[in-house]
Design a protein around this ligand. Structure first.
Ligand code: ADP
Ligand code: MG
Length: 708
């Protein structure tokens, strides 16, 4: 059985595409360049995006203004050129025995004119519109009806994704279908053998693999088509989960990680005498998980999901103290300078009086200072190094790195994460912390090789932030409200959006905003800090410092302030042009307030014209404070490609499946993979042999292999 499978997987499907009848070297070249179709197998996996129902040919008289797409058959009566310049168009009339419609082309007129033959019969497909009471189809798909062929045309004809260049070479979406037909003439069931375990096929009543491929290209009916799609989606998600699961399982069983054997003095001293509050149960649970991982002898690779303000920093610190007590160094990497600095300050503050040496290393560290830090690091004198991307540079060498913490993971790529691993002979433990929650399905697919912890509990005594939506015209009232809060001793943020396209616009926008704010809050009664991307580090720092120490009452800023900054006394967050922000960003910004025990407020200011999506976002923000809920909504609204951190990971490029629409399939696939790996870790049981040989045959072909 094993042998046959190996031969089948290297079968005819690996033939270069140009060897397929009807392709040849030139078209082969085009298919490679335009659609990345290199082999027969690639063509097999180039799925149609829709099918034309050849069984449904409408009579022209039955077209109504409600008709959306039609297929009609008739004789082409006359073609003529009309209009001039931009209005120039080719118009033809198609008539059957019940009436006629107009066909219109604005583009490719010369070419279309050349191939259309008046008096011939055509099959026409397209979107109907009505113009001056007459039905017309603009840029229809049109095909000469071959009298000999006509009878056999009773099926759902596939239309494939293609490109303009390919169309010009005669490889339209329908023409590619002719190649698929040629391909399937060569294939039999043994070329597309089943790879999923029989028990799973049975349990979920999945269509067999060969049939699924046939039916997705050339469905006999809609029901079979849907079954084929479902099976192939399942396969796709199952295989991706399996690859991640294997990485996870390999690490659990075979990786060698540094061992934190004991809980030592520094940890205990801190825990018993310096901890400024009681840990929440969620924090304790996660610490236990970390302790278990790091004591196991295997490398820890854990994703810690916690909502904004759930208290991830202290967990990170305790984990680092554990490492230090066991003789190891730690590092903590943050996505921005400001955040790295804040971590540095708050951690230095927390460990005051303990024998722990903390240093900061960022892109703007002075070179003499930097040299010294690097030397001390290599000699093992530094216990905790906090910094930005600068930490993963080649020249940063630890004596014995035992734990790497990555805060606000979604700005780091998978590749950067793996560069940290290489900083020690034995793999250091890695703890990845998200800034705001990411939806479970995304976490499963983008970080599925990591173990997973959730902190779903807020520290006690927090009052949920009250969130309201106000229009620009209400700004004076909003400013008055800020004044009241300041009078109570509180502080406020006013945030302006970053406009992606133009730094200059950002700057002008912010300056204008700043002047307006200043008019409401004149010195010397009020003092304002301002932070933006164009300032030097020194100026930024000074402005931050003044706000943190309460020297200024208002912080005007772009989103550079977004992540992680902690000023518990701030109780108002005003977000200007809130309609321009995404949900997770709004939630992250809102998380800057509500960090103390006072009631806090988030005010979303917008213009009066709002898109439906923007309205929906505002509605969600005012309805809930729960970051996990918001993350799910965000995914629904924007789709996976737009969620930060998943774009660059490249792992969401599924051919058929969607992590949004196919969530239920994904969950099932994940469960089945977990069960499989538990029962048959090596994937070597008889039932899983085909699966194993398939995986081996695919090794190195997928983006997944780049992760490990
Ligand atoms: P995030 O998870 O967003 O990184 P932080 O670690 O910055 O959150 O914590 C937010 C605030 O909550 C900080 O001021 C921190 O001191 C405080 N905090 C953390 N854990 C607790 C706790 N168990 N009890 C009370 N306050 C806590
Ligand atoms: Mg944080």
């Amino acid at each position: 059985m094993y042998k046959t499978s190996i031969t089948t997987f290297s079968s005819i499907l690996s033939n270069p595409i140009e060897y397929l009848k009807g392709v040849g070297p030139q078209r082969g070249d085009m298919l490679r360049k335009e659609l990345a179709i290199f082999t027969f197998n690639d063509l097999l996996n180039h799925f149609p995006y829709r099918h034309i129902d050849k069984t449904q040919v409408l009579k022209i008289k039955d077209i109504t203004p409600q008709t959306e797409f039609v297929q009609i058959a008739g004789r082409l009566s006359e073609t003529s050129l009309m209009g001039e310049k931009k209005g120039k168009r080719l118009v033809a009339s198609l008539e059957d025995e019940t009436g006629d419609v107009e066909l219109v082309w604005f583009q490719g007129i010369n070419w279309v004119q050349k191939i259309l033959k008046e008096g011939e019969r055509y099959l026409v497909y397209g979107r109907v519109s009505f113009f001056m009471g007459r039905a017309q189809i603009t840029h229809p798909e049109i095909e000469l009806i071959d009298a000999n062929e006509a009878k056999g045309k009773n099926f759902l004809e596939p239309v494939y994704p293609t490109t303009e260049k390919l169309k010009a070479r005669g490889l339209s979406g329908r023409a590619i279908g002719k190649l698929s037909i040629k391909l399937f003439e060569l294939l039999s069931e043994k070329d597309i053998p089943e790879i999923l375990p029989a028990s799973i096929i049975e349990k979920y009543r999945l269509l067999n693999r060969y049939l699924s491929y046939r039916q997705i290209h050339f469905p006999e009916n809609n029901e079979l088509y849907l079954q084929a799609v479902r099976r192939l989606k399942f396969e796709e998600l199952f295989l991706s989960q399996l690859r991640l699961g294997m990485l996870r399982s390999e690490r659990h069983h075979f990786s060698r990680g540094v061992i934190f054997e004991k809980v030592g003095n520094t940890f205990n001293e801190f825990y018993n005498h310096h901890l400024p509050f009681q840990l929440t149960n969620a924090q304790k649970r996660v610490l236990k998980e970390i302790r278990k991982d790091t004591g196991s002898g295997r490398q820890m690779n854990r994703l810690l999901q916690g909502d904004v303000g759930s208290g991830k920093t202290i967990v990170a610190l305790l984990a680092m103290l554990l490492a230090i007590d066991n003789g190891y160094q730690c590092c903590m990497m943050a996505p921005t300078e400001i955040l790295a600095q804040q971590h540095y300050q708050s951690i230095s503050e927390l460990i005051k009086g303990l024998p722990v040496n903390v240093k900061l290393l960022t892109g703007s560290s002075k070179s003499a200072e930097r040299k010294k830090t690097l030397m001390q690091l290599a000699e093992g004198e530094i216990n905790i190094l906090i910094g930005t991307h600068a930490l993963i540079e080649e020249e940063v060498k630890f004596k014995n790195l035992g734990l790497a913490i990555i805060d606000e993971q979604h700005r780091f790529g998978v590749e950067q994460r793996s560069r940290l691993w290489k900083k020690n002979e034995v793999l250091p433990h890695v703890l990845v912390m998200t800034a705001t929650p990411i939806p479970r399905t995304l976490a499963m697919t983008a970080y599925g090789d990591l173990d997973y912890s959730v902190m779903d509990e807020m520290p006690p005594g927090r009052k949920p932030v009250k969130t309201v939506h106000r229009f620009d015209r209400n700004r004076p009232q909003v400013m008055d409200f800020i004044k009241e809060e300041i009078a109570k001793g509180r502080q406020a943020y006013i945030i302006f959006p970053l406009i992606e396209e133009s730094e200059k616009l950002n700057y002008e926008n912010l300056m204008k905003g700043y002047e307006e704010v200043k008019a409401f809050f004149p010195e010397p009664k009020y003092w304002i800090s301002m932070v933006h991307g164009k300032q030097t580090q020194q100026v930024k720092d000074e402005n931050m410092r003044r706000f943190v120490t309460g020297d200024t009452q208002i912080m005007v800023s772009t989103t550079v302030i977004e992540v992680g900054v902690n000023v518990p006394n701030a109780s108002v967050m005003v977000i200007e042009s809130a309609e321009k922000f995404g949900l997770s960003q709004l939630h992250q910004l809102r998380g800057r307030v509500g960090r103390g025990s006072e009631q806090s407020f988030c005010i979303l200011l917008t213009g009066s014209k709002l898109t439906n999506d923007a309205r929906e976002r505002l509605k969600i923000m005012t309805a809930t404070n729960n970051g996990f809920e918001i993350a799910e909504k965000d995914l629904e609204l924007r789709g996976p490609g737009e969620i930060e951190g998943t774009k660059q990971s490249g792992v969401l490029n599924f051919k058929l499946a969607s992590v949004v629409a196919d969530k239920p399939i994904l969950e099932v696939a994940r469960n089945e993979v977990e069960r499989l790996l538990e029962e048959d870790q090596e994937i070597s049981s008889a039932e899983n042999l085909l699966l194993k040989s398939y995986l081996l045959s695919q090794k190195g072909k997928t983006v997944w292999s780049k992760i490990s």
